[in-house]
Design a protein around this ligand. Sequence first.
Ligand code: PLP
Length: 322
Amino acid sequence: MANRVVYLNGKFVAESEARVSIFDSALMFGDMAFEMTRTYRQELFRLDEHIDRLYDSLRLLEIDCGLTIEQMKQQSLETLERNLPTESDEFDWQIMHNVSRGPLGVYSPAFPQGIAPTVSINCWPLVSHVGGMAEKILHGVQVAIVAQHAIPNHLLDPRAKTRSRMHYQMAIMQGARMGNVFGVMLDPDGYLAEGPGWNIFLVRDGALLTPEPRNILIGVSRGAIIDIARSLDIEVHECNLGRLEALQADEIFCTSTPFGAVHASHFEGQQVGDGSAGPVYRRLIEAWQEMVGVDFAAEAQSYAAQLPGWLEKESQASAALT
Ligand SMILES: Cc1ncc(COP(=O)(O)O)c(C=O)c1O
C-alpha cells in the first residue's frame, strides 16, 4: 500500500517511487541475485542463512554490492521495522533482497553520477502469497514431472539464486497447462531436481529422501526440514531420486519460504498414500509450527478470508497514487 517503503541504493523511498533504470543489467541479462525471506510472528526466519546465500550468489556472479553482510542485515531489519506499522499485527511478511550489477557500462553517459550495483530491499505482506495457497496447503498439491529440465551446475551454478529464471517460468507454464500441477524438473541424468521455486522431499519406510544438493538451489526451508528431521531422529538421505522413487513414495512434499511446506496428494495423477498429509510430514510440520509459533493451515485460511478486502484496499491505495 501507499505507505510501504523500500531500501534503494542507500535510501528509503516510497514503494510507489522505487525505480530501476531500463538500462540496468537486471533487465538486460537477468544479471542479478535475490533472496526471499519471511517472518513468523513478525520475526525474520533464518535471516542469517538467507543473507549468507545472497552473498554466495553475489560471489558466484562477481558482484560487490558495497554493503557488508552485517550492514545488509541491519538494513533488512530496518526495512521490516519501517513497514510493520503499515499493516495489522496479524500479518506476516516477505522481505525481498534484489541486487543487480547495475546499469550496463555502454549506457554510462545516462548516469553522470556513476555506475554502481542496484541494491533494493522491499517488504510485502504475505496475505496474497499464502492466502492464495490456502486450498493447496489444506488439501495438497498435484506434483508431476514437466518437460522443462533443470539447468545443470556445469552450465550455471543453481546455488546462485538469480533472476535468470526463464526455465522456471516454462516449468510453471507447463505445470499450469497440465491442470494446476506443481511441475518438478529433472536434471540431465533423469533424476528429480526441484520445482520452479521449491525443493522436493519423498518419504519411504519412515526415512526422508531429497535430491542431492547438486543441480538445485539449496533451499533454506529444505535446510529447516532436514534440521527438524534430524532433531526428531528421522533418517535423512540426500540421494539420486528418479520417477520410480517418486511413484514408490509413501509421502511427497515440497518446501519453499512463503508457504513453508505443502504435501502432494498426487504424483503424476496417482494418489500418494491416502492423498492426505502423511505421518512423517505431519511430525515435521508440527515441530516447525511449534518452533515459530504459527499454525500454517490456520494462517493460510485466515489470509484467504482476508484476501478480497486486502486486495480492494491495495487497489484503492494504488489508484489514489496514479
Ligand atoms: C529454484 C528454487 N528452488 C528452491 C527454492 C526454495 O528455497 P527456499 O526454501 O530458500 O525458499 C526456491 C525459492 O525461491 C527456488 O527458487
